[in-house]
Write a protein that binds this ligand. Structure first.
Ligand SMILES: N[C@@H](CCC(=O)N[C@@H](CS)C(=O)NCC(=O)O)C(=O)O
Length: 214
C-alpha cells in the first residue's frame, strides 16, 4: 500500500493548497489507492521523519521500501505508472515532464514569493516595498503562460502531469485576483480542477482538517 504524509491540520489560508494535494491528485488520476499518514509539528521535527524528508515538510511517499520526498519527484514517479498522466511516446512523455519543471521552476518561484509576502509578511515594510515588483513578475509569467496556452484545452493539447502540477501552482494565487487578468488561463485552471480525480483529492485533504479542527 502507498502511504503519503499530510498535515493533521493547517490554518484556513493553507487548506486546499498544501502540497500533498498534488500527490493525492496524481494517485487519484492513476487509480492507485493510498493511505495518508497525518502528521503534526512534533513529527515534523522528529529524527524518524527527517530521515524521510530532510526538511521536515510534507509530502513524503512510501511504497514497498521506496521512500520519496519533493512533490515534483513524487508526482513524476506516480505519473510513470499511468498513461492518464504521461503519454506513452517518448516525445510526449518528455514534453509533459518539461511542464512539471516549468510549473515548479518558472511559475511557482514567483507565485510562492507573492504568497509569502501576502500571507506571512503583509505588514512588514520590506514586503510593502517589494510586493509591486513581485506582482509584476508574476503577472508577466501568467501572461506568457496564457500566450502559450492560447486556445488549447491543456498545455500539450491533452491532459498530462504537467497540467496537474501547473494547476496546483496556479491555485496558490487564490487569495489574489491576478488570474482575472488572463481569462483563458483561469478557465484552464478551472477545467483541470473540475476533473473528478482532483475533486476527490481535495475532499480527502479537507476531510483531515475538518476531523482535526479543534
Ligand atoms: N519543495 C517541496 C516543498 C514542500 C513544502 O513546502 N511543504 C510545505 C507544505 S505545502 C510544508 O511542509 N511546510 C512546513 C514547513 O516547511 O515546515 C515539495 O515540493 O515537496
Amino acid at each position: 500500500m502507498i502511504t503519503i504524509s499530510a498535515f493533521k491540520w493547517v490554518p484556513p489560508f493553507a487548506q486546499g493548497v498544501v502540497r500533498d494535494l498534488r500527490v493525492r491528485w496524481a494517485l487519484e488520476e492513476a487509480g492507485l489507492p493510498y493511505e495518508a499518514r497525518l502528521i503534526d509539528p512534533n513529527v515534523q521535527a522528529s529524527a524518524e521523519y527527517r530521515a524521510l524528508q530532510p526538511f521536515g515538510q510534507v509530502p513524503i511517499f512510501e511504497e514497498n521500501g521506496l521512500k520519496l520526498f519533493e512533490s515534483g519527484a513524487i508526482v513524476l514517479h506516480i505519473a510513470s505508472r499511468s498513461e492518464v498522466l504521461l503519454p506513452s511516446d517518448a516525445a510526449g512523455k518528455a514534453r509533459a515532464m518539461t511542464w512539471v519543471f516549468a510549473a515548479l521552476n518558472s511559475i511557482e518561484i514567483h507565485v510562492q514569493q507573492l504568497a509569502e509576502i501576502d500571507l506571512f509578511a503583509a505588514d512588514k515594510e520590506w514586503a510593502k516595498l517589494h510586493r509591486p515588483d513581485v506582482e509584476k513578475a508574476t503577472l508577466r509569467r501568467l501572461r506568457e503562460l496564457a500566450t502559450w496556452l492560447g486556445d488549447r484545452e491543456y498545455l500539450e493539447g491533452r491532459f498530462t502531469v504537467g497540467d496537474l502540477m501547473m494547476t496546483t501552482v496556479l491555485r496558490t494565487l487564490r487569495h489574489t485576483h491576478l488570474l482575472d487578468a488572463e481569462p483563458k488561463l483561469k478557465a484552464y485552471k478551472e477545467r483541470c480542477e473540475a476533473r473528478p480525480a482532483f475533486q476527490r483529492a481535495l475532499k480527502a485533504q479537507m476531510a483531515a482538517f475538518e476531523q482535526h479542527s479543534n
